[in-house]
Design a protein around this ligand. Structure first.
Ligand SMILES: [Zn+2]
Ligand SMILES: [Zn+2]
Length: 341
């Protein structure tokens, strides 16, 4: 690589998964902060909250009552953004293009304990969450009108999640959502031109350099991607090529279940707060095709910038031009390495 002083010079970095660029301005780290400060939400004190619509045995807005579940619990979202029966019609009227979109929206409670987060859950209990992700991927992915299964979690009020009960969502859609469409295209092109899998090559390069690695176990590596947008953005990458949850072997599920709380505990220690984030897994499109180009992975997008109360905003140049960051991904990885127990 040619000499470009990453720690001092403004530069932009390519995200090979999307083809998009991120602007890095390391010299701006010194500027004083006079912007908005967020309130820190107190962690929930109750193991079971009678007012929580996700706690075991409670009534939901739909009138349905949650069972007295002991581990995980999955149900159809009472206010689903997608319904199974939308007609597949497409209209094209000049530049006005639209098409019917159908799908399923599911909610997955990670634990009956209202006061826990992934960071505080036992690995054996998170294994049951991973099992639920596998099951939902297979079940939803086998439906005839489903092209993609998107698993995600919004954590914390700052991310628009008002309920602290540990839970995630699964949205299955008839079409590939934007991000999956871009990543499928870029990974296909890479396989075509190099005969290799993009994220396998990327991981090999990162492991050789080491500077953006946060930690690793036998089957997964956690790193701050070279092209990260969010200050403490990370990815979880499998060492072996795994297209999706349906291809995971038992020891890999265990290793993923171990990596998740390890990462989220590091986040919590960073600013001594229950760290907010949006996270999710990208996996191959459903429908039974092999998708040899695809490597499944998780993205963690946490919004906090320099303390528990200072959040990064995606505004101005970032909305109109490209995302921009001050803290280098290498410095962020070092901070996350130092946040080990
Ligand atoms: Zn609850
Ligand atoms: Zn992705």
């Amino acid at each position: 690589m040619a000499k470009l002083e990453f720690r001092e010079t403004s530069h932009r970095r390519l995200n090979p998964l999307t083809g998009e660029w991120t602007l890095v301005s390391p010299h701006r780290m010194q500027r004083p902060w006079q912007g908005k400060r967020e309130a820190v939400a107190a962690p929930p004190a109750l193991e079971h909250d009678p007012a929580c619509y996700l706690c075991a045995g409670n009534l939901r807005a739909s009138g349905a009552r949650n069972p007295n579940y002991e581990h995980t619990f999955v149900f159809d979202n009472d206010f689903a953004a997608l319904a199974p029966n939308a007609p597949p019609d497409r209209i094209e009227d000049g530049l006005l293009v639209a098409e019917g979109e159908s799908g399923r929206c599911r909610v997955l409670c990670f634990s009956p304990r209202h006061d826990l987060t992934l960071a505080g859950m036992k690995v054996a209990d998170i294994e049951r969450v991973v099992d639920a992700w596998v099951e939902e991927t297979i079940n939803l992915g086998s439906l005839p009108d489903i092209a993609a299964v998107q698993i995600f979690e919004n954590r914390g009020e700052i991310m628009g999640c008002s309920n602290p009960h540990p839970h995630g969502q699964i949205w299955a859609t008839r079409h590939l959502p934007n991000e999956l469409e871009k990543e499928t295209h870029r990974q296909t092109e890479y396989l075509l031109h190099h005969g290799r899998v993009l994220l396998i090559d990327y991981l090999e390069q990162e492991l050789a350099l080491g500077e953006r690695i946060v930690f690793a176990n036998a089957h997964f590596v956690v790193l701050v991607p070279f092209w990260a947008i969010w200050p403490f953005e990370t990815m979880i990458l499998p060492r072996r090529r795994i297209g999706g949850f349906d291809e995971m072997r038992a020891p890999e599920k265990k290793a993923l279940a171990a990596a998740l709380p390890e990462l989220t505990r590091r986040y919590d220690r960073l600013f001594d707060v229950s760290f907010p984030y949006s996270m999710g897994f990208h996996q191959k499109p459903s429908g039974g095709a092999v998708h040899a180009e695809w490597q499944m992975h998780a993205h963690f997008y946490p919004p906090l910038l320099r303390s528990a109360t200072v959040k990064k905003f995606m505004v101005g140049f970032e909305m109109l031009g490209s995302p921009q960051r001050d803290l280098t991904p290498e410095a962020a990885a070092e901070r996350l390495r130092d946040a080990a127990a």
